[in-house]
Design a protein around this ligand. Structure first.
Ligand SMILES: C/C(=C\C(=O)SCCNC(=O)CCNC(=O)[C@H](O)C(C)(C)COP(=O)(O)OP(=O)(O)OC[C@H]1O[C@@H](n2cnc3c(N)ncnc32)[C@H](O)[C@@H]1OP(=O)(O)O)C(=O)O
Length: 354
């Protein structure tokens, strides 16, 4: 009788059997395709608190009933970063489990917030663009518009447009020029002579710092002291808790033979950690949205995520008289001072007088 567990026999069997594949390749996506993602996810208090605690998002309004009520919430709501990460996590099995990398995202909005724990998410994505990568013939570049909805009411809670590199079944001939490199060569860098940091974290502090920088060759820009070294929890556990099945985060065996050579942190963990550092130095009222998010290089176990903030604009008006609206650029960087993530964030920030 055949002993299937005999190492030689088993190796021979493994070589000859078919692999039941997971995920889709570049060729499987066509502009206009609508994909309903099967895994649902109920946004639990545990999931929310685990995400927030590990990414250092310790704003008490998301933890304590009294602090939530003081900010106009019925109870501690689901944090927008966890909502965003869970909306994306559910899509990975259909969109990007095959491999490739999360390159960027824009137009992240929360039309149906606040969202409370116990809400079941239903997520759908539409293919909005497929493109050839001129620098990497073995990959294509795909963008999707994704909507995370309340499964009961159909209300859209979170939506965004995201772009990934996705492996092709067959490499294609490209000119290898790299559109991004050509663009970067043309750009003339402008660097301010002076850097101003706001005195505090209220709306007025950001507005005053911007006024001080006005008409000068100055920028309102500063770094945050906290850092978070990546470990098994942030690299593997947090993405899996959002049903993100990307092998980049939990399969060391496969990833040892990839561009990163190792498992890497979920982009949403990196950005949420950097945002947590930034929010710890401000009086956030509400999150409004995120644009032009890019992931520049990999973050792996042992890397430390820090944050840098540039204040771009401050507007008196917001959804409440208690706050004004501020636009920031946040840059996450590692222990070697290399940028790993950048994005523009619009948030309502509490006014001091109230
Ligand atoms: C979720 C999820 C997975 C993850 O969370 S993975 C973790 C987050 N992402 C990363 O760690 C990736 C970090 N990025 C990199 O390490 C490098 O960008 C990468 C992927 C190695 C590629 O580097 P290159 O230097 O080879 O190339 P470029 O940066 O120039 O980009 C390659 C082509 O992509 C185009 N591109 C880049 N960003 C965007 C964007 N935001 N939108 C549209 N297109 C973009 C770029 O123009 C290049 O195009 P070419 O035609 O010139 O090839 C999960 O799996 O879902």
């Amino acid at each position: 009788m055949t002993d299937w567990t005999d190492p030689d026999t088993f190796a021979q069997a493994l070589e000859q059997v078919e692999t039941k594949e997971k995920g889709n390749c570049f060729e499987d996506f066509e502009e206009g395709d609508l994909i309903e993602h099967d895994p649902g996810l109920t946004l639990t208090q545990f999931g929310n608190e685990q995400w927030m605690s590990q990414t250092l998002n310790h704003d008490p309004a998301y933890w304590r009933a009294d602090a939530a009520a003081e900010r106009g919430f019925e109870e501690p709501p689901v944090h927008p970063d966890y909502l965003t990460a869970a909306t994306l996590g559910i899509t990975v099995e259909d969109l990007s489990e095959k491999g490739g990398y999360f390159l960027g995202r824009t137009d992240v909005r929360f039309p149906g917030t606040p969202v409370y724990t116990g809400t079941e998410l239903h997520v759908e994505s539409e293919v909005v663009n497929t493109a050839t990568s001129s620098s990497r013939p073995e990959y294509g570049i795909v963008s999707w518009r994704t909507r995370g909805k309340d499964a009961e009411t159909g209300d859209v809670l979170c939506s965004y447009e995201r772009t990934n590199m996705i492996p092709r079944r067959e490499p294609v001939a490209t000119d290898g020029s790299g559109a991004a490199a050509a663009e970067a060569e043309d750009a003339e860098p402008e660097f301010p002579e002076e850097f101003i940091a706001p005195e505090g974290g209220y709306f007025e502090d950001f507005a005053e710092a911007l006024e001080d920088a006005d008409d000068e060759n100055a920028a309102v820009a500063y770094r945050h002291e906290r850092g978070r070294t990546q470990d098994d929890v942030t690299v593997a556990q947090l993405p899996l808790s959002t049903l993100n099945t990307a092998k980049q985060h939990h399969n060391v065996d496969v990833m040892s033979d990839s561009p990163s050579g190792d498992i890497v942190t979920y982009g949403d963990v990196t950005r949420s950690t950097a945002l947590g550092h930034a929010r710890s130095d401000e009086r956030t009222w509400r999150e409004v949205g995120f644009d032009d998010e890019s992931f520049h290089t990999f973050v792996a176990v042992g890397d430390t995520v820090y944050a840098f903030t540039r204040v771009i604009e401050a507007e008196e008006t917001a959804s409440s008289d208690e706050a004004g609206t501020v636009t920031f650029q946040h840059i996450a960087f590692n222990q070697d001072d290399e940028p790993v993530y950048s994005g523009t964030r619009t948030a309502e920030i509490r006014k001091r007088s109230n």
